[in-house]
Write a protein that binds this ligand. Structure first.
Ligand SMILES: Nc1ncnc2c1ncn2[C@@H]1O[C@H](COP(=O)(O)OP(=O)(O)O)[C@@H](O)[C@H]1O
Ligand SMILES: O=C(CO)[C@H](O)[C@H](O)COP(=O)(O)O
Length: 497
């Protein structure tokens, strides 16, 4: 069996082994039904088939066409709503990519601020329209990942937002003392950028219409646009509002407060929660049995895409932000450092998300300049420059300090040296993060896969390998959209079981 197929099989088994939880409308933890994949389903994945040559294609220039599809074969659609843009990946049950595309977010303005709700809604339907028309009827399920803790407060009857979204890295320090007073010490929610701080901050706004309000995360709301069942989230997105993925319920210390009435019900990522709505099916040509499955966060989707399945394997997402996920048998959380653990089946993804990363690179260089300047860097030479590269004040992890200021001086005359200093300084932050996780008791990291836009920078990979003292390599699949598509595959297999 081909290695890649084996990886898909093990990942599909792992995904199918997620606990499946049927949650009540509100908050109760519910009966668990452990999913045991029927061999018959997975042997279909075992069938080694020649992998057709793939050509990547942007949606705008048509689609990535893989000619070979078995009669009756179904496809699985994953969409990633990241920081700087959104992407889709359309795969078959072997993980072969049949079409891919990406869209920048349109910058609709509402006064001085970007109308993100309008932009995300437009981008969702633009991506669906970019899926080749002849492949849409074959789509068996859809899933979406979004940026973690990006929070919407919507009307619980209509689903329409009652307030502007709180973005993933937005901090609400006004709510932090209240949240710290109700949550256990150093709990994941005890961070200004947590979803719970955003909820409490909104709740304390004078005339906020509290009676008919509901909290959704970005991925939840986008998925609701497709399935129409309001008020469902997944236990990765719900972590930062206080949901306990081990108890599989919201904790009593949270449920005793009035704002807990806004909380969505929670199921496992990749759980089918409905079918694509009739009006969307008729307009776009998706099939009546096209299921819509709960999603996850963008960095977890990137981890799933990397197919790292053993404790000690880690994924660093070098997207707009530096997000770290280490597969661990032990659950670690400590808000003093911005460390928390997401659940992945019966293991834990320990890590956090720094505000350093590609966003500061994009502010200083174009992607072409990054390629050209990186080519001239000697990655084996240590940079003497010691920066803390941030776009603005505030850091989440491995230092949780809302007042941490960017440090990008002195700037050398030579841009090659400047970029080398930035890449090496981000590598040092990455190394500090992995050492912190080890110090806090997580499984020792053995190998790091890289996802996100920075994964293609070979010189940066070599710098990171030197600084981390670990094997570092680009994940076979670096796109979170591929991970979301694997979640859609999991949901479809669950529906069959
Ligand atoms: N050659 C490169 N080296 C390092 N970083 C790069 C390179 N090319 C692009 N990037 C960075 O990748 C980031 C985009 O990655 P992506 O995964 O699309 O981010 P996100 O999903 O968070 O929006 C940008 O911030 C950009 O600066
Ligand atoms: O930085 C981010 C946006 O890209 C998110 O914070 C990232 O998803 C990390 O959050 P999580 O660890 O909950 O996935």
């Amino acid at each position: 069996m081909e290695t890649s197929t084996r990886a898909i099989v093990s990942l599909s088994v792992q995904l199918c082994n997620f606990h499946f939880q049927r949650s009540s409308r509100k908050h109760g933890s519910c009966g668990l039904r452990r999913l045991v994949p029927r061999n018959g389903i997975l042997t279909a994945v075992n069938k080694p088939r020649p992998k057709p040559a793939l050509t990547m294609a942007l949606a705008k220039s048509g689609d990535c066409q893989v000619t070979e599809l078995q009669a009756g074969e179904r496809l699985f659609l994953g969409m990633d709503f990241g920081t700087s843009g959104a992407r889709y990946a359309l795969i078959d049950k072997d993980g072969t990519i049949h079409s891919e595309g990406k869209r920048e977010y349109p910058r609709y303005m509402s006064g001085e601020t970007i109308d993100w709700v309008r932009s995300w809604r437009k981008t969702l339907f633009s991506l669906l329209e970019d899926v080749p028309v002849h492949l849409r009827p074959l789509v068996a399920s859809i899933s979406i990942d979004g940026t973690s803790a990006t929070t919407l407060i919507v009307n619980s009857n209509t689903g329409e937002p009652l307030w502007r979204p709180f973005l993933y890295n937005e901090s609400c320090p006004d709510a932090l003392p209240i949240v710290k007073s109700i949550a256990p010490e150093n709990h994941t929610v005890c961070s200004g950028s947590s979803t719970l701080c955003k909820l409490v901050s909104w709740w304390n706004i004078e005339n906020s219409s509290k009676d008919s309000a509901l909290l959704l995360h970005q991925a939840d709301w986008l998925l609701w646009l497709l399935h129409g069942n309001l008020g469902v989230s997944d236990y990765n997105n719900a972590l930062k509002v206080g949901y306990d993925p081990e108890l599989e319920s919201y904790p009593p210390w949270l449920l005793s407060h009035p704002y807990s009435q806004l909380l969505p019900s929670v199921v496992a990522p990749g759980t089918s929660v409905g079918y694509v709505k009739e009006d969307i099916r008729n307009q776009l040509g998706f099939s009546k049995d096209c299921a819509v499955c709960t999603g996850t966060t963008d960095s977890i989707a990137a981890f799933i895409a990397a197919r790292a399945t053993e404790p000690g394997k880690a994924v660093t997402s070098l997207g707009s932000t530096l997000a770290i996920k280490l597969l661990s048998t032990s659950r670690i959380e400590d808000a003093r450092y911005g460390v928390y653990s997401h659940r992945l089946d019966d293991k834990w993804l320990v890590g956090g998300a720094s505000n350093t990363g590609g966003a500061i690179l994009r502010q200083l260089f174009t992607d072409q300049q990054l390629d050209q300047l990186s080519e001239k860097i000697n990655p084996m030479e240590q940079s003497p420059l010691d920066y803390y590269p941030l776009k603005s004040v505030g850091e989440r992890f491995p230092v949780a300090d809302p007042n941490l200021a960017p440090r990008l001086h002195p700037r050398p005359e030579c841009d090659i040296e400047f970029l080398h200093g930035i890449l090496e300084s981000i590598a040092r932050i990455e190394a500090k993060a992995y050492n912190l996780l080890k110090h806090l008791g997580a499984t020792q990291v053995e190998e790091v896969f890289t996802a996100g836009g920075g994964a293609k920078n070979e010189k940066w990979t070599k710098i990171r390998q030197r600084v981390l003292g670990l094997p570092v390599r680009q994940a076979t699949q670096t796109e979170a959209a591929f991970g979301a598509a694997l979640l859609a595959l999991k949901g479809a297999q669950q529906s069959i079981n």
